[in-house]
Structures are given as C-alpha cells and as structure tokens.
Design a protein around this ligand. Structure first.
Ligand code: HEM
Length: 222
C-alpha cells in the first residue's frame, strides 16, 4: 500500500518559525528606536507642544497608519511564535532532570527569556490600554502630553514602567544577538564581536532612554 506524505509548509518547521521570530524581532527593534526618538520629545521644556504635534502627525498620517498595521501584525506573529516555542519546550522537557547546570551553559538573559517576554507582554497590554486605546479609540479629551504627564506623576505607574524597562533590557540582551544569529548574519568573528557590542549597547541604551521619561515626570513633582 502506498502512503502519501503530507508536504509540511516551510513556515511550520522549527527553522521557519525561528526565522519568522528573528525577522519580526528585528522589525520590532527598529520600531523601538523610532518610538523612543518620538517619545524623547516629552522631555522638551515646551509644555508638550512638540510631542503633541508629533503624536498628531503619527495618528493622522496615512503612511504611518499603514505601517501601524504591519507593526501590530509584527507583534502578534512574534508573540504567537514565542508561545509556540514555550509550549513545545514544556512538552518535550524531561521531568526530574537533576544534572541541569544551566548557569554554566547560558547567560542570565537567555535563561530569563520567558519571564522577560511575559513582563514585556503585560507592559504592552497596560501601555496600549492607557495611551493608544484611551486616545485613539475612546477619544480622550486630554492631549497625549497631558495623558503621559498624569500617568508618570503617579509613582506606582512610573515604577511599573521602570521595572518593565529593566526586563525589556534583559529580553533585548538575548534577543538582539540571537536574531542576527538565526538569520545567519554572523559570518565571522569580527561580525560576531560587533553584533555582541551593538546588542549590549542597544539592550542598555533603549530601555534606559524609555525609563528616563517616567523618572523625569516623577522627579518634577517633588
Ligand atoms: C516611557 C516609555 C514610553 C512612552 C512615554 C510611550 C508612549 C506612547 C504613546 C503616547 C503612545 C500612543 C501613540 C498614539 O496613539 O498616537 C504609544 C503607543 C505605542 N507604544 Fe509606547 N511608549 C513608551 C514605551 C513603549 C515600549 C517600551 C513599547 C514596546 C515594548 C511601546 C510600544 C507601543 C506600541 C506598540 C504602541 C502603539 C503603536 C503606536 O501608536 O505607535 N511603547 N506609546
């Protein structure tokens, strides 16, 4: 009797899924740089004029609106693939494996990838609800600057942002290098050294830039 083998789509293989995760990861990292650059306008001593003009442009420009669809798709695909790998790893992990000296074989950033992913996801849900949904979908009467200022003058809300940014840094510290590796872009030792340095600078600089914003508003209340 002849058996037919169902063709497996490349996208559903482990390699395919890892490449999708890496590519969406790189895309989301470029978003972080743009988002941070815009948000740093909150630090200008102009009562929010520049930031509000930027927010207005971002929410009305048709090109940006199209990009936003890709952005949300990027997040959904990245999170979906992450959940797939976590659940697969859980199923295949042997129980009671006593000699697992993970500390010797991997960095703290790769070992805490699951935790950092969950914290960043919770952050993202709270963040989108507070700003995106409030302003774009519920038509808040306040300006975007006023929404940010009121949020960050609350010490608990600011603390939540700062802690989330520490975990975002952890996530990026592993994710940056790992995505370049998965995409096969680490071709020699020199490139590897550059990617390692760039990854460390990115994972430190970007979350620090974001964390400065709530701290700035909080310090101004004293
Ligand atoms: C202090 C840090 C941050 C501030 C002040 C901030 C501010 C904002 C504001 C005001 C919006 C609404 C924009 C609009 O509706 O026009 C927004 C949207 C958004 N933020 Fe943030 N953000 C911060 C950090 C982050 C981080 C770390 C991430 C990702 C991990 C992120 C992801 C997003 C996404 C996906 C959107 C919706 C897309 C968009 O409107 O651009 N944000 N953010």
């Amino acid at each position: 009797m002849r058996t037919t083998v169902e063709p497996v789509s490349w996208l559903h293989t482990s390699v395919g899924r890892k490449i999708i995760m890496a590519a969406t990861g790189v895309f989301l990292m470029t978003f972080l740089v743009v988002h941070l650059a815009g948000n740093l306008l909150l630090l200008r001593a102009d009562g929010g004029a520049a930031f509000n003009a930027y927010a207005e442009f971002m929410s009305t420009n048709p090109f940006i609106r199209v990009l936003e669809v890709f952005l949300f798709a990027g997040f959904v695909i990245h999170i979906y693939q992450g959940i797939y790998f976590i659940s697969r790893e859980k199923k295949s992990r042997p129980k009671g494996y006593a000699l697992n000296n993970a500390g010797a074989n991997s960095s703290i950033f790769s070992r805490t990838m699951r935790l950092s992913a969950i914290v960043v996801l919770v952050f993202l849900i709270v963040h989108l609800r507070h700003f995106f949904v409030e302003h774009r979908l519920l038509g808040s009467p306040y300006t975007m600057y006023d929404l940010c200022k009121a949020a960050f003058e609350n010490p608990w809300y600011s603390l939540f942002y700062v802690v989330s940014m520490v975990l975002l840094g952890f996530h990026l510290a592993h994710g940056f290098y790992s995505s370049f590796q998965t995409l096969g872009l680490i071709l020699n030792r020199r490139i590897e050294a550059v990617i390692k340095w760039a990854g460390a600078a990115f994972a430190l600089g970007v979350p620090l830039g974001f964390a400065i914003i709530p701290l700035y508003f909080l310090v101004k209340t004293f």
